[in-house]
Design a protein around this ligand. Structure first.
Ligand code: NAP
Length: 288
């Protein structure tokens, strides 16, 4: 399979490059392609003629999206439209990464979202990502839309300057107090696990919408407590509410995804988030 990866040096992109190393890969960074540029998108697909295009590019700084609405829609909605059109022209499968933030997590909800649940975003980021999904869905059936949640990986998110785990470890090592919200519940997901699941998925022709996260759920506060416990780092961890955090964008109180569609085709073997986190901490130790 000839696979073109957009955002190949990003957090998920770099793990996709590793997970798919036995395939013919075209790993492209932002310097190689601007996904909002129609001419570039068409030229790149015409030149490489891939069987599969995986788009990890996004504008995912959630608070900034509230102010830079046009940019959010250009990167997260208009660009997926261009990619869907180009994939249709060149008969390539499109894999597009979306988010748990297409859901609102309203009304004390405590049941994981499945793919058939109706999205209702409560911030610009979620709205723009949902629009991107819709463009792909109505333009080009040979697609996999993959919603995931709370990503962390070895490369660290380029858009957010590192990953969540490293940020908390740094705060603890510097002896700083860590404030973390208790009222946002999600499924943190280790990017190598997600990359493996995508690897299996694209070998099938079961096109459509998939939720893919590590198993289980926790609040950002519980996630941080586990990071500190597994790393053996004492730190002052203080619970706070989302209202107290003063973030610009609203965030869902509950955005846990169930990998229901993946399970239905027998591919949901993602481990619990605690095991994935332990693996991440071991892997970073080995690199030091
Ligand atoms: N991070 C999370 O917690 C999270 C949660 C749920 C869903 N997601 C989704 O998962 C996907 C991957 O996230 P990630 O954490 O791996 O992101 P990331 O580390 O920031 O990687 C994104 C990659 O895309 C590139 N890129 C950004 N804008 C681009 C553009 N306009 N044209 C071409 N390339 C562009 C970036 O390059 P530069 O940095 O050089 O611009 C980077 O290489 C995104 O679709 C995101 O919405 C993320």
């Amino acid at each position: 399979m000839k696979i073109l990866i957009i955002g190949a040096n990003g957090q998920l992109g770099s793990d996709l490059v590793r997970a798919l190393a036995d395939q013919e890969l075209i790993p492209l960074t932002h310097a190689d392609i601007e996904v909002t540029d129609e001419g570039q998108v068409q030229a790149v697909l015409a030149h490489h003629k891939p069987d599969v295009v995986i788009n990890t590019a996004a504008f995912h700084q959630v608070d900034l999206c509230e102010r830079e609405v046009e940019r959010a829609f250009r990167v997260n909605a208009y660009a997926p439209r261009l990619l869907a059109l180009a994939c249709r022209d060149h008969d390539a499968v499109l894999v597009h990464i979306s988010t748990d933030y297409v859901f609102g997590g309203d009304g004390g909800r405590r049941t994981p979202y499945v793919e058939s649940d109706c999205p209702a975003p409560i911030n610009v980021y979620g709205l723009s990502k949902l629009a991107g999904e819709h463009f792909i869905r109505y333009l080009w059936p040979r697609h996999f839309i993959v919603r995931t949640s709370g990503l962390y990986g070895i490369a660290g998110s380029s858009g957010k300057g590192g990953n969540f785990v490293e940020g908390r470890l740094r705060q603890a090592r510097e002896g700083r107090m860590i404030r973390m919200v208790t009222d946002q519940v999600l499924s943190p997901t280790y990017t190598p696990d997600l990359a493996q699941a995508i690897r299996w998925l694209i070998r099938t022709e079961h096109y459509g919408l998939y939720h893919i996260t590590n198993a289980g759920h926790c609040s950002w506060y519980e996630f941080t407590a586990k990071i500190l416990e597994l790393a053996g780092l004492p730190a002052e961890l203080v619970p706070q509410t989302t209202a107290e955090s003063g973030a610009a964008a609203r965030r869902p109180a509950y955005s846990v995804l169930e990998n229901a569609a993946l399970k239905a085709i027998g591919l949901d073997d993602l481990r619990p988030w605690q095991e994935a986190l332990a693996e991440y901490l071991r892997a970073r130790q080995d690199r030091q």
